[in-house]
Design a protein. Structure first.
Length: 210
């Protein structure tokens, strides 16, 4: 699942450019406190209604606006990091996570999810993973704005190291299997369907050019 679908998302973003990157970031924003099965409809709503779509509640709208306004910078910086440091090192992954944490409403975990979708060896240890693995929620809390930069960096690096103990593929595939068919995702009844749904959401609106 991971190898097939994350490779496709990576190719999509490289081929279609900044608009595809923004769509991927929008997908991640729309997964916040929402069932995965609702996201494709929300993507369509944003496509038709733009910034006024009611699914962009809270700071999701701020995040979407920031993505659009800063797409060239974020896109270019991400590939600069990848070209210089690769996709697997702790340093590269921490750099990209901190880059994406600049987007309003993307804390450390969701910034990591965006990086994971784009092929970096990091993962989204969300509430589902916290619950099923019995982890301490403090491990994944976003560093507060008052924290010193060096301390923030250490927190992000520690999180990356935690995810890399099993690796991005493990977290992606096991999460997809875990949430398949649950109350919020009854129509997504297998891990394979859940994984593929990520691609369907992210590539929404690009059918003619992808």
């Amino acid at each position: 699942m991971y190898n097939r679908d994350v490779n496709e998302i990576q190719g999509f973003v490289k081929w279609c450019g900044t608009d595809a990157f923004v769509n991927t970031g929008l997908f991640v924003l729309l997964t916040i406190q929402a069932g995965l099965s609702t996201v494709k409809g929300s993507m369509a709503k944003v496509n038709y209604e733009g910034d006024d779509a009611n699914c962009l509640w809270g700071k999701k709208g701020d995040g979407y606006t920031y993505l659009k306004d800063n797409a060239d910078y974020l896109y270019g910086k991400m590939y600069d990091i990848a070209d210089k440091k690769g996709y697997n090192s702790v340093e590269a992954c921490a750099d990209v996570v901190q880059l994406f944490m600049q987007v309003p409403n993307l804390g450390m975990v969701k910034a990591s999810f965006l990086a994971q979708c784009l092929g970096f060896n990091v993962a989204c240890i969300d509430s589902h993973n916290i619950k099923r693995l019995g982890l301490n929620p403090n491990v994944v809390k976003t560093p507060p704005a008052t924290m010193k930069p060096a301390t923030v960096r250490k927190k992000v690096e520690d999180y990356v190291v935690l995810t890399q103990k099993k690796g991005s593929q493990y977290w992606w595939d096991t999460w997809c299997e875990y949430v398949a068919g649950n109350r919020a995702n009854r129509a997504l009844d297998t891990g394979d369907v859940v994984s593929r749904f990520h691609v369907e959401c992210i590539t929404h609106g690009f059918e003619g050019g992808w």
